[in-house]
Design a protein. Structure first.
Length: 225
């Protein structure tokens, strides 16, 4: 467990939100205390090598799920979506390509131990894996809410977007500049090529235009000769 002095200011709040979500996900069933699992996950999100995929990112995704719900963007299984937010970057090594798969497997093991039903556990794992592409199928309300909450950072005001891109670059500090620009440009093109960047009506209405503008500006800067 992380030392008290190094805990995120929202550690206690997040631990409570985790416990509430696990209890809701059990649907009245029993299981072990959620607290040690919260401590493990929060330690993962606070790993010192992280610069963007941090506890702040977890908190932001959870908050955006709440925002979407408050605006009528209802997931079919809200508990599964919130659990997927907790696990979607629980395993994160910037030099590896299997982070989402390893995070999904972690979710499968932990949720089974916690007494979450097999169907909901499978849905959480599916959602975690979906964050590879951020391209949910039509009618996938769980996927739409999670992916929109995860991508909403792209719609930040200019200063916030600059801080986000700087943090991403820090996570990939081991990659030479030229290679990073090529890789980052490919990621931006993949997102810009999606027919719809955001899949909820709220996300499309509020986040899509500033996100696309930010990404186009970043792509232009990356590819400028």
């Amino acid at each position: 467990m992380a030392a008290e002095s190094t805990r995120h200011p929202a550690h206690a709040e997040l631990a409570k939100r985790w416990a509430d979500t696990v209890l809701a996900a059990r649907s009245g069933g029993s299981g072990p205390s959620p607290d040690p699992y919260a401590a493990n996950l929060l330690d993962r999100w606070a790993e010192p090598r992280r610069r963007y995929h941090t506890t702040d990112h977890l908190l932001a995704v959870l908050d955006r799920i709440d925002v979407l719900e408050a605006h009528g963007e209802h997931a079919e299984d809200p508990a599964a979506v919130r659990l997927a937010a907790w696990f979607h970057d629980a395993v994160y090594l910037p030099d590896r390509s299997e982070n989402e798969e390893r995070s999904a497997r972690l979710a499968e093991r932990a949720l089974a131990e916690l007494g979450v039903g097999a169907d909901r556990t499978a849905e959480v794992a599916r959602l975690v894996r979906l964050t590879v592409s951020h391209d949910p199928a039509d009618g996938d309300t769980d996927g739409a809410v999670l992916c929109d909450a995860d991508l909403a950072i792209l719609a930040s005001p200019p200063a916030g977007y600059a801080a986000y891109t700087a943090a991403v670059r820090e996570e990939y500090a081991f990659v030479p500049d030229d290679a990073f620009r090529v890789g980052r440009a490919a990621v931006l093109r993949q997102l810009l090529d999606l027919p719809r960047l955001f899949r909820t009506p709220y996300g499309e209405r509020v986040w899509a235009e500033p996100a696309r503008r930010n990404m186009r500006d970043e792509l232009a800067a990356l590819t400028r000769t």
